[in-house]
Each structure stands twice: as C-alpha cells, then as structure tokens.
Write a protein that binds this ligand. Structure first.
Ligand code: TYD
Length: 208
C-alpha cells in the first residue's frame, strides 16, 4: 500500500483554518480519498482530556507545564492517529501541529525556541508534514482587528495583556511564513478564494 499524506493547517486563532480544513476533507472524500481530519490539542481520548485542562479559563498552568501538556497530547496523537493513518495510505489533515507550540509557548509565553523544537521532535517522533498551509492575516487587516478590539473592550490590564499576546502570535506566524516549505495563504480573502487556493496546493502534492 502506498504511504499517505500529512497536511497541517496553521495560523492564529480565528484565521478561518478550521472551516477550510473541513472543506478540504469534504472535497477529498468526494474525490475518493480516505481522509482523517483531526486537531491539536485533541484527536484522541487522552488528548481531548488534556485539551479540557488546557482550555479551562479558570485552570492554573505554568508556561512549562503548558508546554508539556501540549506535548503529551501531541505524542499520543502522533502514535495513535497520525502515524498509523499515514502508514495505511490515508490523508491526515491536522488543525495545528508543532508550529503552534513554537508560536504560543515560544513567542507567546517566552520559552526558549530551541528547547521547544527539541521537545516537538520528541513528541511528534520527528514526523514532518508533507504540506503546511499557514493562514496569514495581512498586517493592515491585523491592525484593523486590534483597533476594533481596543475600541470594543477598552484597554484595561487584562485586555492589553491579551492584545500583547495576540501580537506575539501574529509575529510568530509572520516569521514562520518565511521558512522553507511553508505555504502561506492570505486569510483575509473570501472563503471560496481560500478554498480554491488550498485545493491548488493540495493537488500539487497528491496528484503526481
Ligand atoms: P482552539 O479552540 O482549538 O483554537 P483554534 O480553533 O484557533 O485552533 O484552541 C487551541 C488553542 O491552543 C489555540 O489558542 C492555540 C493553542 N495551542 C498552543 O498554545 N500550543 C499548541 O501546541 C497547540 C497545538 C495549540
């Protein structure tokens, strides 16, 4: 049996990647491909439990504990879902993977990037996506959204911390977009334009 493909969607919160991941799955299935759509943190029973801990707004988690929880979730996800599905010839689409940890725990929380990369390699058993599609929010659009939030919520300490974190994540994905092999998509375009662009990129790797 032929080896499958591993496609990762990356980008900041609310960049529209989850909608596009679902549209891609539907298209691939209509065209006869066997597809698994999964997400991080999540994708397995253990990882969904970890997801609950991580996304609980009242939970207290240190940056380092957060890194290890995301990594534990990834390790289970890789071993239980991603690797077996690729080996069985399926197309795996994951909504977020290792770049999210570099962005959120590295740029966002300030943990050292080289250490995160090492832990990412261990947790993901060094598997590399065949395609990473990065949803990029263009600078002007990002500033517009930030100003709209400031006006809506004011800038108390909590809000300005939140906006500061968002800027760090934005910067992270700007930097990653320059890396070799990463395909950037303009997330401010229409759903249909983005869908077509995603399909074009995916066809390049699956149809030879
Ligand atoms: P989720 O509700 O799935 O957001 P999204 O739809 O934007 O993916 O929440 C996932 C959150 O977890 C998101 O804010 C990014 C964050 N995250 C990390 O901080 N580190 C990681 O390694 C991963 C995979 C996600």
């Amino acid at each position: 049996m032929e080896k499958g493909f591993f496609i990762v969607f990356e980008g900041p919160d609310r960049s529209g990647k989850s909608t596009q991941a679902a549209l891609l799955k539907a298209w691939l299935e209509e065209n006869g491909f066997d597809v698994i759509l999964t997400r991080e943190p999540g994708g397995t029973a253990l990882s969904e439990q970890v997801r609950k801990i991580l996304l609980d707004p009242n939970g207290k988690v240190s940056p380092l504990a957060e890194l290890f929880l995301f990594s534990a979730s990834r390790s289970q996800h890789t071993a239980e879902i991603i690797k077996p599905a690729i080996a069985a010839g399926k197309i795996v689409i994951s909504d977020r993977f290792t770049l999210s940890t570099e962005a959120y725990q590295g740029y966002g929380r300030g943990l050292p990037l080289d250490e995160i990369q090492t832990i990412n390699n261990i947790a993901s058993e060094s598997i590399q996506p065949d395609l990473t599609i990065l949803f990029d929010i263009p600078e002007q659009e990002f500033e517009k959204r930030m100003r709209a939030e400031e006006t809506k919520n004011g800038t108390d300490r909590f809000e300005s911390e939140h906006l500061d974190f968002r800027s760090k994540i934005h910067k992270a994905y700007k930097d990653f977009a320059q890396r070799k092999g990463i395909k950037k998509i303009d997330a401010s375009k229409s759903i249909d334009d983005i869908r077509k662009e995603v399909l074009r990129l995916v066809k390049e790797i699956i149809i030879k």
